[in-house]
Design a protein around this ligand. Structure first.
Ligand SMILES: *[C@@H]1O[C@H](CO)[C@@H](O)[C@H](O)[C@H]1NC(C)=O
Length: 442
């Protein structure tokens, strides 16, 4: 348990006077011991308290007489026991007919172990050994804590949401009504430990596409849920299901044993579905995101065909190219006027890949010289002309360019890796497929 027991005392003694101003902070359930100067027989006035959260000043102690049942007075000692948030405020004293003046500013610390739990889950924990009873105070409650479990009253424990087995206490299925503070107290009422539980709804998110079938899972099988739908960007909740019964005219929506089916999904189904139990506790929040794209499964097999086809095509073209180069090399030895032979690969790229990006200056020359010097060297030659004119250079990395321009990562899906031959694939279908978000759902 991570309990913070912090006590800070700061004392400012005003010149010459024995009275001071104290700032104190103490954990919930602990005690406040008053300075010696406010204890009998030294103290002979009235002690008042003014709550921080509003309320009138009330008399706590009159000379040596307690006006609060929690105040224990003895010679040389005044103690306020069982501190709660209500004790946060200022103590003041008046002596004789003088106006009361502030002497102690009291701060109450939570000092609870904080837990966050989701709806429907069991919560269990070990209770401190000396626990005599367990109190519960819901959040924002103005009431006093109620006893959930009492060691000496086994009969009263039977109907409680909290069950104790040995030293383990448990709440079987937690909901928002169980959110609050749990105090574990000893026989003398001392707080042994304190727990603060916040209960939140389960969160789910579904991504789907128009015309697909979607089943939104219920939080559990054993409850009759009330489900509301708030379209994306709107605030008004529309009830789809009331205590397990469908209350919508929408024929696409059906109740399934494990949830709600929407078939086919429409773009208007994007939004938030809230599942509440019969007590109105929010059990689950589901966000549905519908994308307006055709299902990816139709295109999917073609991805592989495109890749394989591309590779075969690339290999074939490459072989041809190498052959041509060799031919050209041998022929250029015969023709003295033939300029550059290294330019041939640049031409070859063009047929495979569409131009992208600016022309590097050095690539311009070889192509032109090739055109003028040896116009009939290769069958790919005619495509060189527009290229040089446009000033466009066929960048070999076009394929990956196309892919990297899309910010959504697609390739981790199904553990696919991109073939290294990718830049050789000019097929535009290939790009379309991989830039599609739909692969996210495969
Ligand atoms: C626990 O039960 C006993 C016996 O009924 C009772 O006397 C006692 O006041 C109970 N304690 C609390 C804190 O309710």
């Amino acid at each position: 348990m991570l309990l913070l027991y912090v006590t800070t005392v700061s004392c400012v003694v005003f010149g010459g006077s024995s009275a001071g101003f104290y700032e104190k902070s103490e954990c919930y359930g602990r005690t406040l011991r008053f300075p010696f100067s406010f204890t009998p027989p030294l103290f002979n006035g009235q002690l008042y308290f003014t709550p921080l959260k509003g309320g009138s000043r009330k008399l706590v102690m009159d000379k040596d007489e307690a006006k609060d049942p929690r105040l224990q007075i003895s010679i040389g000692s005044v103690v306020l026991t069982d501190l709660t948030e209500r004790d946060e405020g200022t103590f003041s004293v008046s002596i004789g007919d003088a106006m009361p003046y502030d002497v102690i500013k009291m701060e109450i610390l939570d000092c609870a172990y904080h837990e966050y739990w989701t709806y429907g889950n069991p919560y269990s924990s070990v209770a401190p050994t000396l626990t005599e009873y367990i109190e519960f105070l819901p959040f924002y409650s103005e009431d006093l804590p109620r006893v959930l479990w009492n060691r000496t009253d086994p009969q009263a424990n039977k109907g409680s949401r909290l069950q104790m087995k040995g030293s383990i206490w448990e709440i079987k299925s937690i909901n928002q009504a169980d959110g609050g503070y749990y105090n574990f107290r000893k026989k003398d009422k001392t707080v042994l430990s304190r727990l603060r539980i916040v209960v939140a709804a389960n969160n789910r998110r579904y991504y789907t596409n128009v015309n697909e079938r979607l089943v939104i899972d219920s939080p559990s099988l054993d409850a009759t849920w009330t489900v509301t739908f708030t379209p994306a960007g709107e605030v008004e909740k529309n009830t789809l299901m009331e205590a397990g019964n469908l209350v919508t005219d929408d024929r696409r929506i059906q109740i399934m044993p494990n949830g709600i089916e929407i078939n086919p999904v429409n773009i208007i189904d994007s939004g938030t579905f809230e599942f509440r139990d019969q007590q109105g506790h929010l059990a689950q929040i589901v966000e549905v995101i519908v994308k307006d794209e055709p299902p990816p499964s139709v295109l999917h097999p073609y991805v592989y065909i495109a890749i394989i086809g591309g590779i075969i095509f690339a290999v074939v073209v490459c072989c041809c190219c190498v052959k041509k180069c060799c031919c050209k090399n041998s022929s250029s030895k015969r023709h003295e006027s033939a300029p550059e032979t290294a330019a041939a690969p640049a031409v070859y790229y063009h047929d495979l890949i569409q131009p992208a990006g600016p022309v590097p200056d050095n690539s311009y020359q070889p192509m032109n010289s090739l055109v003028s010097g040896e116009p009939t060297t290769t069958s790919l030659e005619p495509s060189v002309e527009p290229l040089g004119g446009q000033g466009g250079y066929p960048a070999p990395t076009l394929g990956s360019d196309c892919l990297s321009s899309d910010p959504v990562p697609k390739f981790e899906l199904k553990g696919q890796s991109i073939p290294s031959a990718l830049p050789l694939v000019s097929d535009s279908t290939f790009c379309d497929v991989y830039t599609s978000d739909k692969l996210n759902f495969l």
